[in-house]
Design a protein around this ligand. Structure first.
Ligand SMILES: *Cc1c(COP(=O)(O)O)cnc(C)c1O
Length: 401
């Protein structure tokens, strides 16, 4: 079972951090290994997920969407119905519980769209922990509503003004803070990225998505699915869905990345489609970089996908062909959003709208009765501002968004 003892998924993963962090990562690895085997921890987490976060989430048979796409059967895994509006809360609750076990009184986090910041601020409030969230100034402007939410929850939101003032710069700042506060502070990473053991820990906390979906699809359809689809930013909601099905080689897995405005450097965030291997934020994985190895800036209408790196396990899935990865443009994601809203009365976040758009593109080539599970990672409330702008710029000329 991967990762191996040094945190590698084949060639990817590992621990590329300053020496001062090694002790903390080892402590975290041991605490997690212990918690994982501890029935008390498992019960506490299960109860929190059920009573506080709202699990299990429904596996919803989207009949009108299925019909609109032709003769396939689509089920949506409804992570959008969770408390705080996305799958991020699964991980933040798990890591907060782990932090309490380790005796840490303070959580820090990085955030791009603000969803992981909100989930971590929520978990910190629930456990009475101090919380500081690092966020690029540009993202604070784009996601002003989530900044207010975090502050209302009692978190300090610290603006980051270096680099492009976005998620990767916020990650750098969080790592910098952690180096000096590591004895009292747990760094709550929001996706399956970063140094070992984070890709493992976050995968395990998010695998509840696929574990539930597996039980639910067997009950609802009487068989396993043919195809799993999910959007990929850092990759946590996709790994959470894929991992419990990974040994069923017959099931196809497709991760959908942000194609932005064009697949040219700086205009997208399609790391697996367009990147090359390199080191970022503590791990060796695929990375968007120029020919000198400098990290490229990214563009996406979905702030949660706007990141130049990706989890090492996805790089490994791509290398071994266990999953394939594609890119969908901003414009197509808007159409995916509209399709789900109009056929099912569900307004998805712009991130999973990429996966819906790809399914729309793929559907004509799928066999009759193909059984699909699509990970609906979050709801669209946070995106109404971006959607309103898109309506403004295109609405007068077209019936579409
Ligand atoms: C953060 C976020 C994502 C991207 O993160 P992953 O780690 O790739 O899952 C996708 N969807 C939503 C709704 C998000 O908030």
């Amino acid at each position: 079972m991967l990762p191996d003892r040094t945190g590698r998924f084949g060639p990817f993963g590992g621990t590329f951090v300053p020496e001062t962090l090694m002790a903390a990562l080892t402590e975290l690895e041991h605490a997690f290994a212990h918690a994982r085997r501890d029935p008390t921890f498992q019960r506490e987490l299960r109860e929190l997920l059920a009573q506080y976060a709202g699990r299990p989430t429904p596996l919803y048979h989207a009949k009108r969407l299925s019909r609109a796409l032709g003769h396939i059967t689509v089920y949506l895994k409804r992570e959008d119905l969770l408390h705080t509006g996305a799958h991020k809360i699964n991980n933040s609750l798990g890591q907060a519980l782990l932090a309490v076990r380790m005796g840490k009184r303070r959580l820090i986090a990085e955030t791009g769209a603000g969803q992981h910041g909100v989930a971590t601020a929520t978990a910190a409030a629930l456990f009475g922990l101090e919380c500081e969230v690092f966020m690029g100034e540009e993202d604070m402007r784009r996601q002003a509503l989530n900044v207010v939410r975090m502050r209302l929850l009692g978190a300090t939101v610290t603006p980051v003004s270096s680099g492009t003032k976005t998620l990767k710069d916020a990650c750098n700042e969080a790592i910098r803070d952690w180096v000096t506060t590591v004895r009292t502070t747990h760094y709550c990473i929001g996706s399956v990225v970063g140094p070992h053991p984070y890709p493992l820990i976050v995968r395990e906390f998010q695998s509840v998505i696929g574990q539930e979906a597996r039980r639910q699809i067997l009950q609802a359809a009487g068989r396993l699915p043919d195809l799993l689809l999910a959007c990929v930013g850092g990759g946590s909601n996709a790994i959470g869905l894929f991992h419990p099905f990974a040994r069923d080689r017959r099931i196809k897995c497709i991760g959908v990345e942000a194609g932005g405005t064009a697949l040219t450097p700086g205009h997208h965030a399609a790391t697996l489609v367009k990147g090359r291997p390199g080191v970022l934020h503590g791990a060796y994985s695929m990375l968007l970089q120029d020919r000198w190895g400098q990290v490229l800036s990214t563009t996406s209408i979905a702030a949660g996908l706007d990141y130049p790196g990706v989890g090492p396990e996805h790089a490994y899935y791509q290398l071994t062909k266990r999953a394939s990865y594609v890119a969908v443009s901003d414009a197509d994601a808007l159409r995916g959003c509209e399709l789900l809203a109009r056929t099912e009365g569900i307004l998805p976040a712009l991130e999973p709208a990429h996966a819906i758009a790809y399914l729309q593109h793929l559907a004509p080539r799928l066999k009759r009765h193909t059984l699909v599970i699509l990970g609906l990672s979050g709801r669209g409330d946070k995106d109404v501002h971006a959607l309103a702008q898109a309506l403004d710029s295109h609405g007068r000329h077209s019936s579409r968004i």
